[in-house]
Design a protein around this ligand. Structure first.
Ligand SMILES: Cc1cc2nc3c(=O)[nH]c(=O)nc-3n(C[C@H](O)[C@H](O)[C@H](O)COP(=O)(O)OP(=O)(O)OC[C@H]3O[C@@H](n4cnc5c(N)ncnc54)[C@H](O)[C@@H]3O)c2cc1C
Length: 279
């Protein structure tokens, strides 16, 4: 039975979050917590693969207790099972410590619940923005990381391979990988439809499996949380708003027309100033 685990994170909605101008840190209370948008596409892709091949879709998160809400959102999308690791010892984790803790939880799921064939992550989170956690997990589990995936052509559990498209700047490449492997998915891989009523009802009542550090086997506590995080944030600042300039509005085509008008007007001014003559 194909077992897909989507790693998901609850994040503040960065479209509306405010910065504290005194401390230059995010005022997390100024924005609601939502499921990382990239991760909703990861879960949706797992659900679509289950529809094609059968199997089970699990979701896993590391976060504070309110992150249960993000797991419920994934159950609404169609996930079967939810797992959460939460503990004060995880607090202050950078991407290295985050990928370590998530790997330990994935090992527990694989050994005690059911083996894992495929892990799907979002391309990145909208708060941390690094895109490092997925490849970090793959490296620790010694499985191939397939990043920037925007189409899954085939997952063949029997023969142990997957074929995907990886988005490139000027097109895409087709990659065949052995299973198990890890995908980091782009937003354009799918559209997440509105949740069905049965899924919403199931989500409202759903209680995920919640584990603390003491539930994870053979764990090196020095690799967790702030203690296990070599990243040092030396300073944080909000970028200055650019002065002057003009913000182009409308559809891309209308913006290009506006930009051309501005450039042509400047060219005329320049030519008039320089005595004209150039064509
Ligand atoms: C010194 C330091 C201290 C920090 N302290 C905290 C803190 O106390 N609390 C805090 O929330 N953040 C903290 N952070 C931020 C934290 O490191 C990152 O949010 C976290 O490691 C994930 O990195 P990212 O957001 O860049 O994820 P990315 O690497 O961009 O995420 C890629 C994908 O990995 C998966 N993923 C990422 N994070 C998780 C997760 N937690 N659970 C499941 N899947 C996940 C998702 O699929 C996601 O789409 C700290 C960072 C630093 C540098």
């Amino acid at each position: 039975m194909l077992h897909i685990v989507a790693c998901i994170k609850q994040v503040p909605d960065t479209k509306i979050i405010k910065m504290n101008p005194k401390t230059n840190t995010m005022d997390r209370s100024s924005a609601p917590a939502i499921l990382n948008p990239y991760d909703s596409h990861a879960v949706e892709e797992a659900v679509r693969l289950r529809a094609r091949y059968g199997g089970v879709v699990s979701v896993l998160t590391m976060g504070p207790p309110p992150a249960v809400k993000a797991i419920r959102k994934c159950i609404e999308i169609g996930a079967d099972e939810g797992y959460m690791i939460t503990d004060r010892a995880f607090a202050g984790a950078d991407t290295l410590a985050t990928s370590y803790a998530l790997t330990k939880a994935l090992e527990k799921i694989a050994s005690e619940i059911r083996p894992i064939d495929l892990i799907i992550c979002g391309k990145m989170t909208i708060d941390g923005d690094t895109g490092q956690v997925g490849p970090g997990i793959a490296r620790r589990l010694d499985m191939p990381p397939l990043t920037s995936v925007n189409k899954v052509v085939e997952v063949n559990q029997e023969e142990g391979y997957a074929i995907v498209h990886r988005k490139l700047e000027d097109g895409y490449e087709v990659i065949r990988s052995t299973l198990p492997c890890l995908f980091s998915v782009e937003k354009d891989i799918n559209e997440v439809p509105y949740s069905t009523l049965p899924n919403m009802l199931r989500a409202a009542r759903y209680k995920p499996n919640i584990w603390a550090v003491s539930d994870l086997k053979e764990i090196d506590k020095t690799q967790l949380g702030l203690k296990g995080s070599p990243t040092i944030v030396s300073s944080v600042w909000a970028p200055q708003k650019p002065q002057g300039g003009k913000l182009l509005e409308g559809e891309p085509e209308a913006q290009i027309r506006q930009l051309l008008d501005i450039l042509l007007a400047r060219k005329e001014l320049f030519e008039a100033g320089a005595g004209g003559g150039a064509d």
